[in-house]
Design a protein around this ligand. Structure first.
Ligand SMILES: Cc1cc2nc3c(=O)[nH]c(=O)nc-3n(C[C@H](O)[C@H](O)[C@H](O)COP(=O)(O)O)c2cc1C
Length: 325
């Protein structure tokens, strides 16, 4: 049981916020395979305040898509508060997470995401205003550092976030300079956990049940975020949960089963996405390539998937693969 503000979660394994990936179809397929808690995709506070249609659409949810949290990107405390209030209007979020981890150059150049690590006073001011006035618990997603990890600075920043009112910390165990590759700094996560009075979640390479357990055991963190480990692999949530309970690894699903889940995933994209958008087939192709990793004949299949122009064509390609599975 993990308490974030006044909210209680009966799981220590959350689906991470994933820009461009953790949309409603992806969350639903993960929830059907054991994810009990998820985040919306990251939302720009500026776009949300302007109530851009595309941004409001990102807050689309469904009955089975609960509980859920939202994540905001931004750097101006007052705009972020307006955005938090708008988010509350449009979605039943359990808490709002402040993104202080996004490494994208354009984001950082705007003083947002991981750049907040370099302006701790601004970071704390945002947390203070959100936790004081949004009426929701506020959490923060951090990295271990900007160019490199400085444990003392990291602990000070984590403490400052807590003092400003943060209800939990999600810590990606890499620096901004590492982007998404290289080792995950368990020691930094451990130190933050040891010094925090609020829940600390570890993130980074939670790709298998044993890596999830290792993160929990080696760092003492309260929970973990599953990110790339869920792409084309949504059953990772059930697998982690059962491994944490029994120590037994479930056998990997066979190709037939993987294809079935993929087909369901793309049927959800069809059902829940704005079909007039040309990007829908792009979403379907992207999801298909995740699931086809490691398939025999994958190279040929990938080419056909990438060439599919619509749902029906893609389904034909997958049906053929079904016969090879
Ligand atoms: C495609 C992609 C999109 C991501 N989007 C976000 C995001 O919007 N907000 C965020 O806090 N982290 C985001 N992340 C970071 C993940 O939440 C996670 O912390 C990171 O990928 C490390 O976990 P992993 O090594 O298990 O993938 C993203 C990562 C990827 C690969």
């Amino acid at each position: 049981m993990i308490k974030i503000g006044t909210k209680v979660f009966n799981t220590k394994v959350f689906l991470a916020p994933l820009a461009g990936c953790s949309d409603l179809p992806f969350r639903l397929i993960c929830r059907e395979h054991g994810a009990q808690m998820a985040f919306f995709e990251m939302i720009s506070s500026d776009a949300l305040v302007r109530e851009r249609g595309k941004t409001i659409n990102m807050l689309k949810s469904a009955e089975a898509d609960s509980p859920i949290a939202g994540q905001l990107l931004g750097s101006v405390p007052e705009i972020m508060l307006d955005a938090a209030l708008k988010m509350k209007e449009h979605a039943a979020v359990e808490f709002i997470d402040l993104n202080a981890a996004c490494p994208v150059r354009k984001v950082v150049a705007n003083g947002q995401g991981a750049a907040l690590f370099r302006t701790p006073e601004k970071l704390f001011a945002i947390i203070r205003i959100l936790s004081g006035k949004s009426g929701l618990p506020v959490t923060v997603k951090l990295r271990t550092g900007f160019d490199e990890t400085d444990i003392k600075k990291l602990i000070n920043i984590a403490r400052g976030c807590e003092d400003a009112g943060a209800a939990a910390i999600f810590l990606h165990g890499r620096t901004r300079a590492q982007l998404y590759s290289g080792g995950v700094d368990y020691e930094a996560i451990k130190k933050v956990k040891e010094n925090a009075g609020i829940p600390v979640f570890g993130s980074g390479n939670v790709l298998t049940p044993s890596l999830a357990k290792k993160m929990l055991d080696d760092t003492g963190c309260d929970g973990v975020l599953v990110a790339r480990g869920a792409m084309g692999n949504p059953w990772i949530f059930k697998d982690i949960n059962s491994f944490l309970k029994s120590g037994i690894c479930s056998p990997a699903p066979d190709k037939k089963r993987r294809l079935e889940v993929l087909k369901k995933h793309i049927s959800y994209i069809r059902k829940y996405s704005d079909l007039s958008s040309p990007s829908v087939i792009g979403l379907m192709r992207k999801a298909s390539l995740w699931y086809l990793k490691g398939f025999a004949l994958a190279a040929a299949a990938r080419g056909k998937v990438t060439a599919s122009r619509n749902y029906e064509e893609l389904l034909k390609v997958l049906d053929k693969l079904d016969r090879w599975a």
